[in-house]
Ligand binder design. Structure first.
Ligand SMILES: [Zn+2]
Ligand SMILES: [Zn+2]
Length: 383
């Protein structure tokens, strides 16, 4: 059944906030198993909550398995989110089938639009994670790892406004939004040697003018800026914005900065990660250590990990030379290895859920680690 779910979502890729079919496919078996399902959450039609409650103990503890199911533009499920959603559903079904009378609440939370839309940021801002004790999300990758850092990230659009004119007859009457944009790319490149090693700034051109014989009136670039923490990101961001404003100004263009959602850096709960690691190893999976340097992206799980104990482990579904966001990874996300990895991850997630609900003191330790981190973060940060 899980295989069919994963392959069906893979065959029907849907972009951020449009994942209607995926939500239907994922919630159906949960409903049938007796979960209380609510589709539409935090103002998003394609977010969902499936709850398994024990009437004798409605509140605590509350554990959530997180599902993602959005695809990439023009690439389909090249990040394997069809497997993430299925892992969460499979784990929840397995755990509740074995433990009908769970001592607490188990949820599957459907979190849309991870690839740029920040579904979890929106859910986090609306308090969806506030009373949850621990969350687990498992992502497919070319390596199995239970701990990996994630960079803080901000999504920005730079809009350049100039003035049209004939590019040959009267160029002096125009202001080139394109030159302003090109200057900005150069200015950002000049900044690179004056930021920390783990800072990443990368962008594309969305709009570069209409025709070569018209001085471009409007151009637009889209950037992602990443740094190791939100605090560091704040500093880098301001440097980039200043550089872009000045660079745009050199040709007399106006610059508008449109800032999107911010993803926080990832606070891995090591105790929880260790439980997941032990369970994967019991299932015969080799778990790799986190990368020593580089190989780090960003995810909206970061924001969740600042609110509750969270892990975002990875399950190997292909050889190490295959990278997410490629056609090869898309193929892996529907391959036998992909499905086998998915099943293993679902089992490890169910077993970790079991540990949290039933093993004495385990959840307490997980929570203690998070509370210590939170106290330090609140005490040490100026925000
Ligand atoms: Zn991705
Ligand atoms: Zn992904």
């Amino acid at each position: 059944m899980l295989k069919n779910i994963a392959l069906k979502i893979h065959r029907n890729p849907e972009l951020a906030f449009q994942e209607k079919k995926a939500v239907k496919i994922l919630t159906k078996p949960l409903k049938e198993a007796g979960f209380n399902v609510q589709v539409g959450l935090a103002g998003m039609d394609t977010a969902f909550k499936a709850v398994w409650e024990n009437n004798n103990n409605k509140n605590k503890p509350k554990i959530a398995f997180l599902a993602e199911y959005d695809a990439l533009k023009e690439m389909g499920h090249a990040c394997g989110h069809n497997l993430i959603g299925t892992i969460a559903v499979g784990a929840a079904l397995a755990l509740t089938e074995v433990c009908n009378e769970l001592p607490g609440t188990l949820m599957v939370l459907g979190t849309p639009a991870e690839e740029g839309g920040g579904g979890k940021v929106i859910m986090a801002d609306q308090g969806i994670f506030d009373d949850i004790d621990a969350v687990i999300l498992c992502h497919p990758k070319n390596k199995t790892m239970t701990i990996r850092d994630g960079l803080a990230l901000v999504h920005v659009k730079f809009k350049f406004y100039g003035k049209e004119s004939h590019a040959s007859v009267a160029p002096e009457k125009g202001i080139s939004a394109l030159e302003a944009m090109i200057n900005s790319f150069v200015a950002i490149n000049s900044l690179r040697q004056f930021v920390k090693d783990d800072v990443k700034i990368h962008g594309i051109i969305n709009k570069g003018g209409v025709a070569p014989n018209i001085v471009p009136k409007y151009c637009e670039a889209e950037f992602l800026i990443r740094a190791s923490t939100l605090e560091e990101l704040e500093k880098v961001k301001l440097k980039v914005y200043e550089a872009v404003k000045h660079a745009g100004g050199t040709v007399g263009a106006d610059v508008e900065i449109e800032e999107g959602l911010e993803y926080a850096d990832r606070n891995n709960n090591k105790k929880l990660a260790n439980l997941f690691k032990n369970n994967l190893e019991k299932l015969g999976e080799k778990v790799s250590p986190p990368p020593k340097i580089g190989e780090i992206g960003s995810s909206d799980i970061g924001n969740v990990s600042h609110l509750t104990a969270a892990i975002h482990p990875y399950i190997k579904i292909c050889s190490e030379d295959i990278i997410n966001h490629t056609p090869e990874f898309k193929e892996a996300a529907a391959s036998k290895k992909g499905i086998d990895g998915m099943i293993k991850a679902a089992k490890a997630m169910a077993m970790t859920g079991y540990d949290l609900f039933y093993k004495d003191g385990v959840l307490k330790e997980v929570r203690r680690e998070f509370n210590t981190w939170e106290a330090k973060e609140k005490g040490g940060s100026s925000k």
